[in-house]
Ligand binder design. Structure first.
Ligand SMILES: Cc1ncc(COP(=O)(O)O)c(C=O)c1O
Length: 368
């Protein structure tokens, strides 16, 4: 039986009647960009994240660039440095570059793979303006220590929550701790559109108001002509789909946690496998289920031979990529250590429990 890494058609079928009605409503309205659906989604998303306001934009990458500019973290022509983890999607660093900043990388914590506070501190220079903690694989970073460090050094914090829709740390959602948090609604995310999309959320309505100007080319009374904006708007069709899916998000996240628990229970006995460390259950929404194995490539080949698709998030660390020239002396022993061992197993809400058990059994077979 083939098990694909992610089959979005199952989710689409589950909500087909709701999304068809929503899409038809938009087509009938004749409004396609920044209309009532986007406005309603922004309100609903801000409420879901327990923050005062949200701005919907064209992608998670743009959301991060715009948040860095609108928060004042990255200033035009100043080559402001922004600290980010080396283990993340390249889009995190690309967004810093696009904003006009310089990405400076730091190592991650070996348990949670999120930014390590000591590594952040070592990466701070007089040019550092901001920290971008990434809630990697769906698990929130240690926001208390990141924010403590940031306030001691006068730095801005923008959370990259592209993988953490619905995660909470001590009862607070991304956006509550930092100046702003950004989300991606790329189709594979826990809350995914039928195309690209992103959002910035913040408790600072003025920051969100600046983003609403910047997302439309930077034209507007607040920034009349002296700031380059982007053309990065969420469209009405995507907003209508996201509003439907938002109604299911918590149920789907619960389902992800349940499937993760099955992996945890059934794979306890796999001596060479390292299962994900979970800070606490509400802090992790299992966007990805990433394990470590010393013979990762052989394990992947074995699973592949059983028809089970796996992926690697991410095959390249950012400090090793030509595009992101590393500033200063840094070492990344944790990220470099895990990079050759990590593998992501299939996990999405519509995967059946028996399919999870088939994957787990195939891993146990490999271990034996
Ligand atoms: C951690 C992280 N940051 C940023 C992004 C960029 O989001 P998008 O693909 O919507 O631009 C992604 C998704 O690809 C991501 O996983």
């Amino acid at each position: 039986m083939a098990i694909s890494f992610l089959d979005l058609t199952r989710q689409n079928l589950e909500i087909e009647s709701e999304t068809s009605a929503a899409l038809a409503r938009v087509v009938k309205s004749g409004m396609f960009i920044l209309g009532p659906e986007v406005e309603a989604f922004e309100e609903e998303w801000a409420r879901f994240c327990q923050v005062r306001s949200a701005a919907a934009v064209g992608s998670g990458t743009d959301a991060l660039s715009l948040a860095l500019v609108a928060s004042g973290a990255v200033r035009k022509g100043a080559r402001d440095e922004v600290i980010a983890p080396t283990l993340t999607a390249a889009y995190t660093a690309l967004a810093i570059l696009n904003a006009g900043g310089v990405p400076v990388f730091a190592d991650v914590d070996p348990q949670t793979y999120t930014l390590d506070s000591k590594a952040i501190e070592a990466a701070i220079t007089p040019r550092t303006r901001a920290i971008v903690p990434v809630h990697l694989y769906g698990q929130m970073a240690d926001m208390a220590s990141v924010c403590d460090l940031a306030s001691r050094h006068g730095l801005i914090v923008v959370e990259d929550a592209a993988q953490a829709h619905g995660a909470h740390l001590n009862g607070s959602s991304p956006g509550k701790y930092a100046h702003a948090a950004v989300f991606s609604f790329y189709p594979t995310k826990n809350l995914g559109a039928y195309g690209d999309g992103g959002a910035v959320v913040s408790d600072d309505p003025e920051l969100i108001a600046r983003i609403k100007v910047l997302r439309q080319g930077g034209h507007g009374p607040a920034l009349a002509g002296d700031t380059n904006g982007l053309n990065s708007r969420l469209d009405e069709l995507q907003a209508a789909v996201l509003r439907v899916k938002l109604r299911h998000l918590e149920e789907w996240n619960r389902r992800r946690r349940k499937l993760a628990a099955i992996y945890h229970d059934t794979l306890q006995s796999a001596a060479h496998l390292r299962l994900p460390a979970v800070r606490n259950l509400e802090a992790h929404v299992f966007h990805l289920f990433v394990v470590e194995h010393p013979e990762r490539d052989r394990l992947r080949a074995h699973l592949d031979s059983r028809g089970i698709e796996t992926m690697i998030h991410y095959p390249y660390l950012l400090h090793q990529q030509n595009l992101f020239q590393q500033i200063g002396e840094s070492s990344f022993p944790v990220a470099e250590g895990v990079a050759g061992r990590i593998v992501s197993l299939p996990l999405y809400p519509q995967l059946s429990e028996s399919e999870v058990r088939i994957v787990a059994d195939a891993i146990l077979e490999f271990e034996a």
